[in-house]
Ligand binder design. Structure first.
Ligand SMILES: O=C(O)C(=O)C[C@H](O)C(=O)CO
Ligand SMILES: [Zn+2]
Length: 274
């Protein structure tokens, strides 16, 4: 089964007046990972699509979605696939990619139908593309590692960059994930925005009862979302995206927009946030 939900772009002035239910309705992705299903969210933020495929031992094929009005989903798009489950396979364009937990697969524009199988839990992130870059499997060991933060500021973390100019080519998609060290709770502190790019976070590797308090909103009008395992947050270009978690957590960040410069961020120090 394939289901697609549409999320329209929200103006920051509109977001200021939202209550908790409305904030969750517009910015949180809940229930994306369902056994035997592909579930997707088509956003109007840079036409970024996020989703999940959980074949649960069977197989699932992503061929097309009505929203793009193209013959296949990847006809004019590129996509990142992250396996956050057990061993699984992805077949695309006549090639079978074996994916272990944490591996990332980049699929270039024009790839055609994509079939997911095995015990993988596949997170999907896709953006429009203008040229075909080579499809590439990037194992955890091949990612670029960046260490950030310190125990004194409770934000010591490892950023692993997979779909990133220093690792593989892509059109506009960048993707990787960040894991917190034991005892550190804060991600992406100091907070930042990047008006040039939207971003989506998928929190994973969490206990069922754990939660991340995700900060979003205009830096002068912050709001929060309590986020559980395997839930996603859509971050418009005007919104900060930081969080503090109870228990272990990792989050996949994926971005689309005008540049692929990971370090292009406008920082806002905690003292300047409201
Ligand atoms: O821990 C971090 O800091 C991040 O992972 C930053 C995000 O990837 C991000 O927001 C990039 O723009
Ligand atoms: Zn960011």
């Amino acid at each position: 089964m394939l289901t697609v939900e549409t999320r329209h772009a929200i103006h920051p002035e509109h977001a200021k007046g939202m209550d908790t239910t409305a904030l969750r309705e517009h910015f949180l992705g809940e229930g994306l990972f369902a056994e035997g299903e592909i579930r997707m969210i088509y956003t109007h933020y840079d036409r970024f699509v996020l989703g999940a495929a959980v074949p649960a031992g069977g197989s699932l094929t992503l061929e097309k979605i009505e929203e793009t009005k193209t013959a296949t989903f990847l006809e004019r798009r590129e996509m990142g696939v992250v396996n956050i489950g057990g061993s699984g396979k992805v077949e695309a364009d006549g090639t079978t990619y074996e994916m272990e937990r944490g591996d990332v697969l980049y699929l270039g524009m024009g790839t055609g139908a994509v079939t997911f199988s095995g015990q993988g839990r596949f997170y999907l992130a896709s953006a429009p593309a203008h040229r075909a870059c080579p499809s590439t499997l990037v194992a955890v060991a091949d990612a670029k590692e960046v260490k950030l933060g310190a125990p004194e500021t409770s934000n010591k973390r490892t950023i692993r960059q997979f779909i990133h100019p220093d690792v593989i080519d892509s059109c506009q998609l960048t993707l990787g994930y960040t894991s917190l060290e034991d005892g550190s709770v804060w991600n992406t502190i100091p907070s930042h925005i990047h008006d040039r790019r939207m971003e989506a976070y998928l929190y994973w590797g969490m206990e069922d009862e754990s939660r991340v308090l995700h900060l979003m909103g205009d830096p002068q009008e912050t709001r929060h979302l309590f986020v559980a395992n395997e839930q996603a947050v859509i971050s418009p270009s005007w919104s900060v995206h930081s969080g503090a978690g109870i228990g272990e957590y990792t989050f996949i960040w994926a971005m689309a927009g005008d540049n692929k410069d990971f370090t292009d961020m406008d920082f806002i120090q905690p003292g300047d946030m409201r």
